[in-house]
Design a protein around this ligand. Structure first.
Ligand code: SAM
Length: 195
């Protein structure tokens, strides 16, 4: 089995054990939905069960959703069909070459990190397009999320990875203050392509 097949099998196994119910969109998307255009194109990168894709389609956008897990994609497609949502979901191993240039008004990424994709993600945004990103950081305090530091953001790292974008919103509470409050395990970022 090659690396891609192994990764697909790993995630297929996880989704075969998961109770499939309508997935939740990332909070950064829900709480900042007023920033979305009324029409346009959106990409949910590494969509899993499609929480972001479903939310974006419900807001009126034409959504593309990619994930390496065929089980997750079948679930998203069935849900979209049942609910009449405009989601084109495809099983796909995402690489830099996957991303067409200047194609999306919105790109959403949650709980997925591949640092080699950042330039291609920026290039895939249309002028004025927005990137919504939410994922785990090395300073997370809960047991949620990956343990491998390769999949955890360093403090403020997202700002460096996406520095060509103008910052619209950024939240990373780190380990400051009362750890029972605020957002602790993930950071939230919205950047705009102002080129
Ligand atoms: C933690 S899940 C997050 C799913 C979803 N974005 C969410 O927030 O619920 C990570 C997802 O990344 C997908 N994934 C991992 N590596 C991938 C790759 N190389 N290409 C496409 N999808 C990938 C997995 O199948 C999985 O669905």
């Amino acid at each position: 089995m090659n690396e891609e097949d192994l990764l697909g099998s790993k995630w297929n196994y996880i989704y075969s054990q998961t109770k499939t119910e309508p997935a939740q969109a990332a909070d950064v998307l829900i709480e900042n939905a007023h920033l979305l255009p009324e029409t346009g194109t959106a990409l949910d990168l590494a969509c899993g069960l499609g929480g972001n894709a479903i939310f974006l389609a419900q807001q009126g956008l034409a959504v593309t959703a990619w994930d390496i897990s065929s089980i997750a994609i079948e679930w998203v497609l069935a849900y979209a069909k049942r609910e009449g949502l405009n989601i084109n979901a495809c099983q796909h191993n995402i690489t830099r070459l996957s991303l067409p240039k200047c194609s999306y008004n919105i790109i959403a990424v949650s709980r997925f990190l591949d640092r080699t994709l950042s330039d291609a993600i920026i290039d895939a945004l249309k002028p004025g397009g927005l990137l919504f990103y939410q994922t785990f950081t090395v300073e997370k305090i809960g047991r949620v999320g990956p343990t491998n530091p390769a999949f955890l953001l360093e403090r403020n790292e997202i700002l460096r990875l996406f520095s060509p974008l103008a910052v619209i919103f950024y939240r990373e509470n780190s380990l400051c203050g009362n750890l029972q409050k605020g957002i602790r395990n993930e950071m939230q970022f919205i950047g705009q392509n102002i080129d």
